[in-house]
Design a protein around this ligand. Structure first.
Ligand code: GLC
Length: 645
């Protein structure tokens, strides 16, 4: 073998090998992978957990789960090792849905497979389905048992049946892995509350306010309305407990190697049930350090690297998706910078792209999006962004002050404008959204609302404004074209393909009433979906549905969109138009988007510079006419321009 191990690592490898039982199935493969990923594993793990014996326990967890991996999943491991870019390919389309709202339960999802197939979905993210505490549970983000399914959604056997069936159709399953906190009803927390010292070390618990107060000095509040502060008094243990999110979501203590081993065991156990992708929920928060905001600390990446290396050894079919809704400079580290390059998460949410799309819709000006994305650090070529227009969460206006200043805007003023615009408070706005968790201290107002309501469809339909309806759908289709054409894995949020509006009935459900994110988490209207499939939905829905399907089909035949290739922002000299190039060995693909409701003209120079002499739009396969050295763009035009030959 040619893996470059230092002499010390080689000694260690021999020692570890002696702990791998001779009867382990596919032992030789396991040992090869151990050797290959040992440096990455050590680099991540031993920095954080130098405790004697920790590494042997880690190996034990890996061996145990490798033994239990089924023959069919081992075959999937081999298949994906042969196609390591399986999740980066242009045919990867992800669909994100709440199981109960999409299909009732896990078995119901099987019945909805034809719909997913019609949308050519290759990756299904079912929102948290592991057993949560009794409501409220933050949409399942307060897990009580990681080895059980939420009772109304089914059982672990149903999950295994589902992953097997999905794999049969070439669809992989993404599962939320909530690793910053557990429900206060989780067994570890129950024991900690009862005074068990071992389990108290699984959490951050303090007898008085001394340390909590010291930390609070530099900690932001995630849910200032729902759960102010970051610590909660627990009566039974007489301790202050760290609770970044809600009072019943207890932050776990990742400085404790036992916590690492527990979570690794959970990941591998779920991977053995057929889960392909783990969404590392709130990963930015898992390490705390006094005097910081306790987000994005370097230790987060060491821990992720160690988890990732262990997963590569035991179940290489599995990938990680980082949910870090943080500033661009911090975000890139989740895909790996410096020594972590390509060794941490394989994919991460591109929150900036999402925010900038909504910002450009409101301002009809593309200078900020172009500037912000231009300065985005390049990502490792083995990784992919998760691009999206809407998700299950609110939108926080992550506009960087320096980016705003560079294009002559005040960061704070622009964020205020966006909150006004999308909450419907700005004169002439087309949007209808709700303010989420207003922070009186910082002035921060996040926004909830479905893509369609934010894009103006709700207001236009209400006013019987045909042009407004038309423009809203155009806006949405532009947004989707950008999400599908930017490069990365597009995440289609359930119902967006049907332009579903806000659903205000969440206030009737006691469990949801206090959290207005439920306004954009509606139930799937299956009658409408079937009508759309058959081409007889109301005009605006049909146009949306057909438009999304057209984009998906176009993406499938456009190899330039492989995530390996990075995106280069272009300046076309028109402030209403956003453009970029994807410089693929097959030739360039130039994405062009008119963010205004008026026709715009762009010079064809940038196309020529990229070797596009006979421009054709890859979405419609239509030839583009160059007139007087330029191209006219319709209102909200979106083009994926490539050379005709
Ligand atoms: C993530 C989820 C969000 C949840 C939070 C706490 O940000 O997307 O819905 O509230 O984590 O688990």
């Amino acid at each position: 073998m040619s893996v470059a191990l230092t002499p010390e690592q080689r000694v260690l490898l021999t020692h570890l090998e002696s702990h791998v039982p001779n009867d382990l199935p596919e032992r030789a493969t396991f040992l090869l992978r151990l050797e290959r990923y040992l440096p990455e594993l050590l680099e991540g793990f031993t920095i954080i957990y130098p405790q004697p014996g920790a590494l042997e326990k880690l190996l034990e967890t890996m061996v145990k789960n490798h033994r239990e991996r089924s023959a069919y999943l081992r075959r999937l491991d081999e298949a994906r090792l042969l196609t390591p870019d399986w999740f980066q390919r242009p045919d990867t389309i992800a669909y994100v849905a709440y199981t109960e709202r999409f299909a009732g339960n896990l078995n119901g999802v099987l019945e909805r497979l034809p719909y997913l197939k019609a949308l050519e979905v290759k990756y299904l993210h079912l929102m948290p389905f592991l057993k949560p505490r009794p409501a409220p549970h933050d949409g399942g983000y307060a897990v009580m048992d990681y080895r059980a399914v939420r009772e109304d959604l089914g059982t672990i056997a149903d999950l295994e049946r589902l992953t097997g069936a999905l794999h049969g159709h070439g669809i992989s399953l993404c599962c939320d892995l909530v690793l910053n906190h557990v429900a206060q009803e989780h067994d570890w927390a129950v024991r900690a509350r009862a005074g068990d010292a071992k389990y108290q070390r699984y959490f951050y618990m303090y007898p008085d306010r001394l340390e909590p107060d010291a930390f609070e000095r530099t900690l932001p509040e995630v849910f200032p309305d729902l759960a102010p502060g970051n610590f909660t008094w627990d009566e039974s243990s007489q301790r202050w407990v760290w609770t970044t999110f809600n009072t019943w979501q207890w932050d776990v203590n990742w400085t404790n190697p036992e916590v690492f081993l527990e979570f690794l065991d959970i990941i591998l156990w779920l991977a053995n049930r057929g889960v392909d992708i783990f969404r590392l929920d709130a990963i930015a928060f898992i390490w705390k350090q006094l005097g910081t905001n306790c987000q994005n600390l370097p230790e987060v990446h060491s821990i992720t690297q160690a988890l990732r290396a262990a997963v590569r050894i035991v179940c290489p079919a599995v990938v990680f998706k980082a949910e870090a809704i943080v500033a661009p400079g911090d975000l890139i580290h989740y895909l790996g910078r410096g020594t972590h390059h390509g060794k941490v998460s394989d994919t991460a949410y591109h929150n900036s792209l999402m925010v900038q799309i909504w910002s450009s819709f409101a301002s009809r000006d593309t200078r900020l999006i172009a500037h912000a994305l231009k300065n985005f650090p390049p990502k490792p070529s083995s990784t992919a962004w998760n691009t999206y227009l809407r998700c299950h969460d609110d939108i926080g206006w992550a506009i960087d002050d320096n980016d705003a200043a560079a294009v002559g805007l005040g960061g704070e003023a622009h964020r205020r404008f966006l909150s006004d615009y999308y909450s419907g408070d700005f004169p002439g706005t087309h949007a209808r959204g709700l303010v989420f968790q207003e922070n009186k201290r910082t002035g921060d107002r996040r926004i909830c609302g479905s893509g369609a309501s934010l894009a103006g469809l709700e207001v236009a339909l209400e006013n019987g404004d045909a042009r407004g309806v038309h423009l809203s759908v155009e806006r949405l289709l532009l947004g989707h074209a950008l999400v599908l054409g930017y490069g990365g894995i597009p995440l289609l949020y359930m119902g967006d393909e049907l332009a579903l509006l806000n659903d205000y009935r969440y206030t009737d459900e006691p469990e949801h009433a206090a959290d207005n994110r439920w306004v954009h988490r509606p139930a799937m209207p299956w009658d409408l979906a079937h009508d759309a499939l058959e081409g007889r939905a109301p005009e605006h829905t049909q146009r949306m549905f057909d438009g999304v399907r057209q984009l998906i089909e176009a993406r499938n035949r456009t190899p330039h969109l492989h995530a390996e290739t990075d995106t280069t922002i272009l300046e076309l000299g028109n402030n209403q138009v956003f453009a970029y190039a994807r410089l693929h060995p097959l030739g360039a693909l130039v994405g062009v988007y008119n963010f205004s409701e008026t026709a715009q003209w762009i010079k064809a120079d940038a196309l020529l510079e990229h070797g596009i002499v006979q421009p054709i739009d890859a979405i419609t396969d239509r030839r583009l006419e160059v007139q007087d050295g330029g191209i006219w763009l319709e209102p909200y035009a979106r083009l994926w321009v490539r050379n005709a030959v």
